[in-house]
Design a protein around this ligand. Structure first.
Ligand code: F6R
Length: 608
């Protein structure tokens, strides 16, 4: 949700570094982008095209400087127009970039207008830039601190001013921000990946932190009431990898990430030698002994991972489990139970709603918290007492794929751990499940080999505007995830239903024009599912069925069947979802969509 990079150096032109950083952060938003530098005055280049085009523009305009800030935008306030693109200037004095939302910007805007400010954009960010200018009396750090005392909302910002152009001030509240410590130069960015190759020394700022960066030094202050007090933050050695940004032989990151799943799952399992609470943290044994229910909180794809695991927790571990959408949970009056294990699931660990819901649960007295996350240094991991870090590797495609299957892997490990504690897992069962888990990467590879058959279906999908997805039991959330994947990258309206619900309404939609994708594992609900498929067939619906090989289902006039290589029992959702990812990917491809950067979306949703 917007990416920011900033750098101040005494030894080089930092524009190439800023552009490189933007390219690596483009996954966070791509409605517009821009760079501002100090070059005997505030200079900037902004574009509503992609960073590659901005780079050309920068060459044309000969933008150079030893200090600068850069931004890639996911629009919140104001359309994706050049005038709304960051960096925003306040006159010729202040330049500012921002990731987040300033909630009270309208009242500040009106106040500044009354003082004669004429705004050139519809953004909350430009208001913040002018507010900093209004607070400026010779000291940029003080001006930023005073301005931040006036605003409500979420921000990661970087600011510089003409009076002191080697100094960059950055601040964080609710949006990720790291400082990169170089030699004779300092950097800041939304994600360490933006600075890969520039430094391995990073400081993860905390909410409320403001920092002042000069080429040779930095100072950090934390917000206490309305004051800012000096604070030390640990410098961590992190090897930020930029190779995740290389596409290799793939056309898109989403395709690369789908095919990386066997590796991602294997890596996630690698650190696990045996089923023991310790894999979730030192305090896990003690915490798990004190819980008798689970509350899972997440958004989007991560929410569907949570929904899937509810079936495991209740069936295998015998623990009641509730699943909540974070943006709903955080605002509704619920009944807290301190004996609840609160599990947040997030690829990024920065999703604003999930983070707020986690804090909300804690405020309600539920402090037994565990986060399943793909980013070890994220806010959510830091806010939780326990965690499990999936090892999917950086996920760049906006549509989540490998993060989902590694989340499921982690949640299955949690299920086995709790089942063991509850005396519901014999040694023999544990060994069987572990063997099955370790075989998942190979099983996923066999599913990936179905790609040509799936491509064969997609031409029939490409001209549709609607699709239905059906599943039952633990495969219902998988149908939901399949529908989400299809809608977000192909823009085909897709809905998922538990197949038994069809006759209670959605069957009215079924005719020969609507493809009905069915997830058909050979489980105890298969016969019921077959009856639901008959209901579709009788209405001349066109069924596209992913069926386990031992179901005996085969294609006929209006039923198209792709057989899954094997029936995978409890872990079957991890295999079935892969077919739906491929279906969405290839359908979007035929429709000519930008698969990795679907319209209106961005990775890492750090605003409400
Ligand atoms: C869909 C997708 C989103 C995310 C959601 C939560 O493909 O990626 O629905 O799953 O925004 O993000 P995280 O997992 O980072 O909290």
């Amino acid at each position: 949700m917007c990416g920011i990079v900033a750098a101040t150096s005494r030894k080089r032109d930092i524009v190439p570094l800023l552009v490189q950083g933007l390219k690596r952060l483009e996954y966070r938003g791509y409605d517009s982008c821009g760079v501002a530098v100090w070059d005997n005055g505030l200079k900037r280049a902004r574009s509503v095209a992609r960073v590659a085009e901005l780079e050309e523009q920068i060459k044309h305009e000969h933008l150079h400087g030893e200090m600068g800030i850069a931004h890639t935008r996911w629009a919140t306030h104001g359309e994706p127009l050049v005038c709304n693109a960051h960096p925003h200037f306040a006159g010729d004095e202040i330049a500012l970039i921002h990731n987040g939302i300033i909630e009270n910007y309208e009242e500040i805007r009106a106040e500044l207008q009354a003082k004669g400010v004429v705004f050139s954009s519809q953004t909350d960010t430009e208001v913040l830039a002018y507010l900093v200018r209004d607070c400026f009396h010779g000291d940029l750090l003080k001006a930023v601190e005073d301005a931040l005392n006036r605003v409500r909302g979420a921000y990661g910002i970087a600011v510089f001013c003409k009076q002191d152009p080697s100094r960059v001030v950055v601040a964080r509240q609710g949006s990720p921000l790291v400082i990169g410590v170089g030699e004779g130069e300092m950097f800041a960015a939304s994600d360490t990946m933006a600075l890969a190759g520039e430094t391995d020394n990073f400081i993860y700022l905390e909410d409320g932190d403001v920092a002042e960066l000069l080429p040779e030094s930095y100072k950090i202050f934390k917000h206490v009431g309305t004051e800012f007090e000096p604070v030390e933050r640990e410098v961590r050695q992190v090897q930020a990898f930029s190779n995740a940004v290389e596409l290799g032989p793939y056309r898109h990151y989403m395709q690369k990430e789908i095919f990386e799943q066997p590796r991602a799952i294997a890596d996630t399992l690698e650190a696990v030698r045996e089923i023991t609470p310790a894999i979730f943290g030192d305090q896990a044994a003690e915490i798990f002994a004190e819980i008798d229910r689970i509350l899972m909180i997440a958004c989007g794809t991560s929410y569907y991972a949570a929904m899937t695991s509810k079936y495991w927790f209740e069936a295998i571990a015998g623990i009641p489990c509730d699943v909540e959408i974070a943006s709903e949970y955080r605002y509704r009056k619920s009944v807290p139970n301190p004996r609840t294990l609160v599990v947040t699931i997030s690829q990024s660990g920065e999703t604003a709603d999930t983070l707020a819901a986690l804090k909300h649960a804690r405020e309600l007295g539920m402090d037994k918290t565990l986060t399943v996350c793909n980013v070890a240094t994220s806010a959510m991991v830091r806010e939780s007492r326990l965690h499990f870090i999936t090892r999917a590797g950086v996920e760049i495609g906006v549509a989540s794929t490998k993060a989902f299957t590694t989340q499921l892997t982690a949640l299955f490990l949690l299920t086995l751990t709790l089942a063991k504690i509850n005396g519901r897992l014999t040694e023999e069962e544990e060994a069987q499940y572990m063997t099955q888990l370790r075989h998942v990467p190979k099983a996923v590879s066999s599913v990936l080999a179905l790609e040509p058959l799936i491509i064969g279906w997609t031409s029939r999908f490409a001209d549709k505007e609607h699709a239905l997805f059906l599943g039952r039991g633990i495969h219902y959330p998988i149908a939901l995830e399949g529908a989400l994947k299809l809608k977000e990258i192909s823009y085909i309206h897709a809905e998922a239903y538990p197949a038994g619900e069809l006759k209670h309404g959605p069957l009215a939609l079924v005719d020969e024009s609507i493809p009905v994708v069915t997830v058909a594992p050979n489980d105890q609900l298969f016969e019921k599912l077959k009856s639901n498929m008959k209901e579709v067939e009788a209405r001349r619906g066109e069924l596209y069925v992913f069926a386990d090989s031992d179901t005996g289902l085969s294609s006929s006039e209006h039923i198209h069947v792709i057989r899954m290589p094997e029936n995978y029992g409890a872990l079957s959702p991890i295999l079935h979802v892969v077919t739906l990812q491929l279906l969405a990917y290839h359908t979007a491809l035929i429709r000519g969509n930008d698969v990795d950067k679907p319209r209106n979306l961005a990775k890492s949703v750090t605003v409400e």
